[in-house]
Design a protein around this ligand. Structure first.
Ligand code: SAM
Length: 233
């Protein structure tokens, strides 16, 4: 995948550490970072200008970005990061992880000249809030996508069992040592050694937690089935 940004080091530094760093070293993940300023042709390497019609702040100019988007390292689809885009979710992450590549375009200032948006295949937002720039959003998209690539997570089953898996349920609660802390004990079933019962309990917990915390997800998956109602009892 590729990223176009005016702060290449923000992307490169983050991707050099932890899970992403290991994935890059093992060549499971390859991110090409393009510095937007290298596509300028003036001595000041300008990438922003005042908006037509007036208004506060500056806009990302179309020309350097359109030049950058013609670079052979830019892989389709081109995804502009913008608060006006579709809210990025796990379904998008799964879809992106199955592509051979894609390009993320980071904005700054008051955002993009609209002709940049028009050149993008789609726009993605990481939530209903406004960041100072697209770099954090790009990293969110890259990490959520890359951890679904084969071999990136140590344990291949860990992505399957997580929140927002195919059935849209949240993850079950988990515990580690000690068995009790300030009167809060680990549920007996987890100590029982009965894997069937553990699985059943975990499934029930996923349903309960989703109903409690994210009723919108229950609605999106069309409610809960009769079999699931049985599991809850
Ligand atoms: N004026 C724009 C608006 O009101 O929609 C906000 C521009 S924001 C200050 C600058 C850049 O940060 C955007 O062009 C975009 O690339 C990025 N950005 C900000 N919030 C974002 C979000 N929620 N999701 C994705 N990118 C975001």
């Amino acid at each position: 995948m590729s990223v176009i940004t005016i702060f290449p080091q923000m992307i490169e530094q983050y991707l050099a550490s932890s899970v992403m760093g290991r994935a890059t070293k093992r060549e499971l993940l390859e991110v090409t970072v393009l510095d937007l300023r290298s596509f300028t042709d003036d001595p000041h390497r300008s990438i922003d200008d005042a908006p037509y019609g007036g208004g506060p702040g500056m806009l990302m100019m179309a020309e350097p970005m359109l030049r950058a988007l013609s670079d052979p390292r830019v892989v389709a689809p081109v995804i502009g990061l913008s608060p006006i885009g579709k809210t990025f979710d796990q379904v998008d992450a799964r879809a992106l992880s199955s592509l051979a590549g894609f390009t993320l375009v980071c904005g700054r200032y008051e955002g993009f000249d609209a002709r940049i948006e028009e050149r993008c295949d789609r726009l993605l937002s990481i939530g209903d809030f406004v960041l100072a720039g697209g770099e954090l959003a790009a990293l969110v998209v890259i990490e959520a996508t890359a951890r679904l690539l084969e071999g990136v997570l140590g344990n291949e089953t860990s992505a399957k069992d997580e929140s927002f898996a195919d059935d849209l349920l949240l993850e079950y609660p988990q515990y580690t040592r000690p068995r009790e802390i300030d009167g809060a004990a680990v549920p007996e079933v987890l100590l029982s050694g009965d894997h069937g019962e553990v699985d059943r309990w975990r499934y029930a917990q996923r349903l309960v937690r989703t109903m409690q915390h994210r009723p919108d997800l229950i609605e999106r998956r069309g409610g809960i089935s009769e079999k699931e109602v049985e599991i809850l009892h």
